[in-house]
Design a protein around this ligand. Structure first.
Ligand code: FAD
Length: 449
């Protein structure tokens, strides 16, 4: 048994169940200081005029941390939440509590990877040993049948190789109790805006309750494949994403529960399909790792040179749900009101912004980043690039026809009645003409159309 104390820096792994690093600390008898850094940069107003983390996200994260604090306290560990620059704060806390080691999960996006490198150097100079372990994905990085930089370009290839050869590891279990380092709590959490009434409650317990509801209480998993494109109803899809994104719910827990469900209540296409979607999540995670900075640059991972429009008026009409296209407007208003939008909705509005209005896809991605309670940079920027046709989508210039999508997925108009504007406005552009003009821009950029 080792007695060297460990600073466990929580990031997008905000839970106690299936937490590999907590389990390791318990097994080896390391006393633990738990830390979360609420980054100052998340709250700063960006050049586009809004904070990277809007009020829905602030509320959800604050609730998640409160739940984690309680769960850790029940294990005898104090959670310290500090506000500021993570590099400085982690180093400060390591010195303050005289720990020998700092442990954390890695994150896939460029800024976080750079931060990890800087922090590792700084801590080593302080004489502190740093251990970053593979991040919060369904499959473990070491089990992949290829090196991450050699990730297949097309998802189908990725899926077939992974499905053939990789198994999901068992969950990490806390076999023995944790030991906490004696330290005072810290709670430097920004004020939660009053107007942000939550559609989803943050925290591990709420995430596990949602899993239980979707699988065992309602059997909605059994019809997931048929309902997943629904726009309106809470149980059309799993809604696991808010908890998965911050790690309050483990993807392995979801996977193993689905397997148990299949054994006890039967397997079908729907039960398979939920796992299939978790592979998409992993795929974007590895892609972010593999493509680094290109995930955030206007040309995307294809390094394309499309002449994006940067028209603030057009963008504002999209952002505020006043395009005159009822489905787009309803989706955008739902997002602003709740911090969530269905996958179908996201595809439609992203396609409209980029392939019909021709606006820089990153503006849309940044608005989503500010609003979505399930925002994670790999899935958000990866999906935006996919829809913009400068990422992993193998189909040239795929466009979502707004009217056709409304007829198919909102046949009785219930979704538009629920979230859409009460008074109709004229469409801001003619869909076919505007889309043809953008297609021409793609052609000029040398992209297949
Ligand atoms: C433009 C755009 C931006 C997006 N931004 C995000 C984001 O920031 N965070 C995020 O988690 N998802 C994002 N998605 C993917 C997808 O829309 C959401 O994961 C899904 O809507 C969440 O609802 P759900 O949990 O009910 O999904 P379900 O259909 O029940 O799927 C189960 C889980 O699989 C994963 N998943 C499903 N589809 C995808 C996908 N296309 N990419 C990655 N993971 C997926 C999610 O973790 C999801 O919770 C984005 C999609 C688009 C088109």
């Amino acid at each position: 048994m080792s007695t060297g104390s460990v600073l466990l820096w929580f990031r997008s792994d905000l839970r106690v169940h299936d937490h590999g690093l907590l389990a390791q600390a318990a097994a080896k008898g390391h006393p633990v200081v738990a830390l979360f850094v609420w980054e100052e940069a998340w709250m700063r107003t960006t050049r586009l005029g809004w904070p990277r983390m809007g009020s829905h996200r602030v509320r959800f994260l604050a609730e998640t941390l409160a739940d984690l604090r309680d769960q850790l306290a029940a294990q005898g560990v104090t959670l310290r939440v500090r506000f500021g620059d993570p590099e400085t704060i982690v180093a400060e806390e390591a010195a303050r509590w005289e720990v020998q080691q700092v442990w954390a999960h890695t994150e896939p996006a460029w800024d976080e990877v750079q931060l990890e490198k800087r922090l590792a150097l700084r801590l080593r100079r302080q004489g502190v040993w740093v251990h970053f372990s593979s991040a919060d994905t369904l499959h473990h990085r070491d089990d992949l049948p290829f090196a991450v930089p050699a990730l297949p370009r097309v998802f189908t290839q990725y899926r077939s190789r992974v499905e053939k050869s990789v198994r999901v590891r068992p969950e990490a279990v806390l076999e023995t109790g944790l030991v906490g380092v004696k330290c005072e709590p810290a709670w430097e959490v920004p004020l939660v805006p009053r107007e942000a009434a939550g559609r989803y409650a943050g925290g591990e317990r709420a995430g596990l309750a949602r899993l239980n509801h979707y699988l065992w209480q309602t059997d909605r998993l059994a019809v997931y494949k048929q309902t997943r494109n629904g726009l309106l109803n809470e149980d059309d899809s799993s809604k696991f994403s808010p908890w998965l994104a911050c790690g309050a719910l483990s993807p392995r827990r979801v996977w193993h529960e689905v397997k148990r469900y299949e054994q006890e209540r039967g397997a079908n296409e729907s039960t398979y399909w939920l796992g299939f979607e978790l592979l998409w999540r992993d795929f974007f995670h590895w892609s972010a790792r593999a493509h680094g900075r290109d995930l955030f640059l206007d040309g995307g991972i294809r390094q394309a040179r499309v002449a994006w429009r940067r028209d603030r008026d057009d963008f504002e009409r999209w952002r505020t749900g006043t395009t005159g296209y009822a489905l787009v407007d309803a989706c955008m208003r739902e997002l602003a009101a709740t911090g969530y939008m269905s996958n179908r909705g996201r595809q439609v509005v992203a396609s409209f912004l980029v392939k019909t209005l021709g606006v820089d896809w990153r503006w849309g991605a940044r608005w989503f980043e500010s609003q979505l309670v399930d925002c994670d940079p790999a899935s958000n920027y990866g999906n935006w690039q996919y829809v913009a046709g400068i990422g992993h989508d193998p189909v040239p210039f795929r466009v979502f026809d707004v009217e056709k999508q409304a007829r198919t997925y909102d046949r009785d108009g219930a979704f538009v009645r629920r979230w859409g504007p009460k008074a109709l406005t004229l469409p801001m552009v003619d869909f076919a003409t505007a889309t043809a003009e953008v297609r021409e821009r793609y052609r000029r950029a040398g992209l297949p159309v």
